[in-house]
Write a protein that binds this ligand. Structure first.
Ligand code: HEC
Length: 386
């Protein structure tokens, strides 16, 4: 065991003293603050390190951390995408590379993770992170490539590692909501792909705080969803034909026409800030912020703040499965305007408020706490009854 540690340290070219040093509480405190800062690990792995059931694996007690801080550095710098098992539970998900932080900050965060919530791993130095950043392959890791470079010790191998997708590669009949956090074409790298009973699918973009597109034709993303583009960036295999596409600051409607054809060669991320956020509340100039989601009966409810206001959105299939119903609630209530996208492909209607010809929905203060927008495909595929 001891010689293994020494060999590992020699590999990274660091002094034994620096890495086996006693935990430095100042650095760990700094790492804690960085872990919990906006846009950091906390957004997904949560403050308690427990992750989010079914979509984000835990860092608290995770076997993936054990015995190899180098593996944790690699995941943090390059990201990880593909089916994995963590502490015996399965996740189909993807983690983007964490690009917000310099070497010293990553070192502090990993040192914190390694000592938080009962974890007992070692401190990490900025020098190690710098070396990893310079030398690790550029591409986002797959579970296979990661474990090849940083294998588990025997005792963890049985519980963890990767697994083969256990359901049909292309889901034919969706009977319960399926929520993936993954890399979707035409969204920022923090996207959700959701399949609803009735085989309605949508992409909701946490980076831009909005629904991006909805589709049913062409099927959901593949079970073994992550594919690799020529420049090494992952993106879900997507063959859908969206019938609803939200307007955004960068993408034009015609851009979506190339989504299905091109995404495996060039990932088609849109990482613009939401400068034209679809919701407007008078007197609010702050940018929208993604506040997380929770599952209600398995359906995600997304939370976004806009200044002092909070918008919640949850999406279900229409009862006959021809489209989607988006339910919104604003708190505290206020008069609001919401921009919807009118196109030839879908009928858009609302339960409350007035919808103008160019797609602006105006909702009164009292109606703002609970209103629905229904989007129905005009030339629907045959509905599938769950
Ligand atoms: C956008 C969401 C997101 C953010 C932000 C994020 N992660 Fe992850 N992380 C994930 C997901 C999803 C996985 C599982 C990837 C998979 O299924 O292949 C994961 C996996 C991991 C793993 C390996 C599995 C485990 O549970 O131990 C580690 C370690 C990890 N993340 C550390 C971090 C650290 C440290 C940060 C912050 C610097 C961070 N992550 C930020 C989503 C995120």
């Amino acid at each position: 065991m001891h010689s293994r540690i020494l060999a590992l340290l020699a590999f990274w070219g660091v002094g034994v003293s620096s890495s086996l040093a006693a935990p430095d509480s100042k650095i760990i405190e700094e790492g804690k603050a960085l872990y919990n800062s906006a846009g950091s690990c906390v957004a997904c792995h949560m403050e308690d390190g427990k992750g989010q059931p079914g979509s984000i694996p835990p860092l608290a007690g995770s076997d993936w951390l054990k015995g190899s801080a180098d593996r944790t550095i690699a995941i943090t710098l390059r990201g990880l995408a593909g089916p994995i098992k963590v502490n015996g539970k399965r996740y189909y998900s993807a983690m983007p590379p964490q690009l917000l932080f310099d070497d010293a900050k990553i070192a502090a965060i990993v040192s914190y993770v390694n000592h938080a919530w009962g974890n007992e791993e070692r401190m990490v130095t900025a020098k190690e992170v710098a070396k990893a950043r310079a030398e690790l392959p550029e591409a986002v890791y797959t579970p296979e490539s990661l474990l090849k470079a940083f294998p588990f010790e025997k005792e963890y191998r049985r519980r963890n590692g990767t697994f083969e997708p256990s359901f049909d590669d292309l889901l034919t009949t969706v009977t319960e909501p399926i929520v993936y956090r993954t890399f979707m074409p035409g969204a920022s790298p923090a996207a959700f792909a959701v399949a609803l009973p009735g085989n309605q699918y949508f992409c909701w973009d946490a980076g831009e705080c909005r629904l991006r597109y909805a589709w049913t034709k062409g099927g959901f993303i593949r079970g073994n969803q992550v594919h690799w583009s020529s420049n090494g960036k992952p993106v879900a295999e997507f063959n859908g034909v969206p019938y609803y596409r939200a307007k955004s600051s960068l993408l034009k409607p015609e851009d979506y026409d190339v989504l299905a054809a091109t995404n495996r060669k060039e990932p088609f991320y849109d990482t613009t800030e939401a400068s034209d956020f679809p919701f407007q509340i008078e007197g609010v100039s702050e940018a929208p912020r993604y506040r997380g989601y929770r599952l209600l009966d398995g359906y995600p409810e997304f939370r976004v703040s806009l200044g002092d206001y909070e918008i919640r959105e949850s999406i279900r299939a229409t009862s006959v499965g021809l489209g989607i119903v988006r339910s919104f609630s604003l708190s505290p209530p206020a008069e609001l305007a919401m921009r919807l996208t009118i196109s030839d492909l879908a009928d858009v209607s609302t339960s409350k408020g007035a919808l103008s010809d160019d797609g602006v929905l105006r909702v009164t203060k009292s109606d703002s706490t609970d209103f629905q927008v229904t989007i129905i495909e005009k030339n629907p595929a045959t509905p599938v009854t769950p």
